[in-house]
Design a binder for this molecule. Structure first.
Ligand code: SAM
Length: 289
């Protein structure tokens, strides 16, 4: 197995395949030998599990996943990596690359074609420029993951794992935690990558709730409310929702009253259960008016 955390090996692969790192595609590859085995161990919970990876790069994480998972399918947008991955993953017969943009792929079809009935774990060192879009694409698709273990920018990790109802939370925190439990697993400093980015990173894991927190048709109005509420954090929740949802103040006043909320409360103070109740109440009152 080629040692893809060794700088000499990386430089020689890049030279032989005339490969230059693309900043625009978020190509910061892992060179700390301890990190990929840890992601694979955290990410693949049991034997007989398949893995979906986004952005294999030179294949440093893919090699580790291939040792834990029954099968690994990695989606890569950069076709220049074709000959590199043929070389670095050649010996792993349980790996397969799908070329394309993960955001444009139909995941239901991909799952049917690649995984059949196997349970699937998602593991990736995500390209940071599209961390939230990728997570939302995966969470909103009608496919199920046993878990999602991802490397993201440290600030994104803090936000994704923040307590809903605290200052550190945002709309993406609610969107993710509505569907699963988010855990902060480990810090990964910037010098663990080549080229080194300007930010530190962290690995987090999202485990889908066994029992959904709400019905699927409740998600859209809830997320609409959450986006409106967090868009104007400095305002009171009532003013932010009135501006963002276009709801009348009397309707919101009635909804806040029914939920036992003070009209001065700020949106970031509302926990998940309160958000769900408030969204249901606003939806109910809006349909009556
Ligand atoms: N897994 C490798 C590692 O850990 O060293 C590389 C990770 S690097 C942070 C991100 C990878 O995602 C790059 O290989 C990049 O080309 C790929 N990528 C960027 N945008 C993508 C997209 N929309 N769909 C699929 N892959 C993408």
């Amino acid at each position: 197995m080629l040692n893809l955390t060794d700088m000499q090996t990386i430089r020689s692969i890049a030279k032989r395949h005339s490969f230059s790192f693309s900043k625009g595609l978020g190509q910061n590859f892992l060179i700390d030998p301890a990190v990929c085995p840890a992601i694979a161990e955290y990410g693949i919970p049991h034997n007989g599990c398949a893995a979906l990876e986004v952005g294999p790069g030179f294949g440093v994480l893919t090699q580790q996943l291939a040792q834990y998972a029954e099968k690994v399918t990695a989606v890569e947008i950069d076709h220049r990596l074709q000959s590199v991955l043929q070389e670095t993953l050649g010996e792993f017969s349980n790996t397969n690359i799908v070329w394309g943009d993960i955001l444009k792929l139909d995941l239901k079809q991909l799952f049917a074609e690649q995984f059949g009935d196997l349970p699937v774990a998602f593991c990736a060192n995500l390209p940071y420029y599209i961390t939230s879009p990728i997570l939302m694409h995966l969470l909103e698709s009608e496919v199920s993951f046993v878990s999602m273990t991802v490397m993201v920018q440290k600030e994104a990790a803090d936000r994704l794992c923040a307590q809903v109802g605290s200052r550190a939370a945002g709309a993406v925190t609610v969107a993710v935690q509505l569907r699963g439990q988010a855990e902060y697993l480990m810090d990964v400093p910037r010098d663990s990558f080549y080229p080194a980015p300007n930010v530190d990173s962290a690995v987090i894991r999202i485990t889908p709730h066994e029992t959904p927190l709400c019905a699927s048709e409740e998600i859209e109005p809830l997320l609409k409310m959450v986006k409106a509420g967090f868009a104007q954090r400095r305002k009171t929740a009532m003013n932010a929702l009135s501006a963002g949802l276009g709801c009348s103040k009397p309707l919101l006043s009635e909804a806040f009253g029914q939920c036992g909320l003070a009209e001065t409360v700020r949106f970031e103070q509302l926990d998940m259960q309160t958000l769900l109740t408030l969204s249901r109440t606003i939806t109910g009152l809006s349909s009556q008016s």
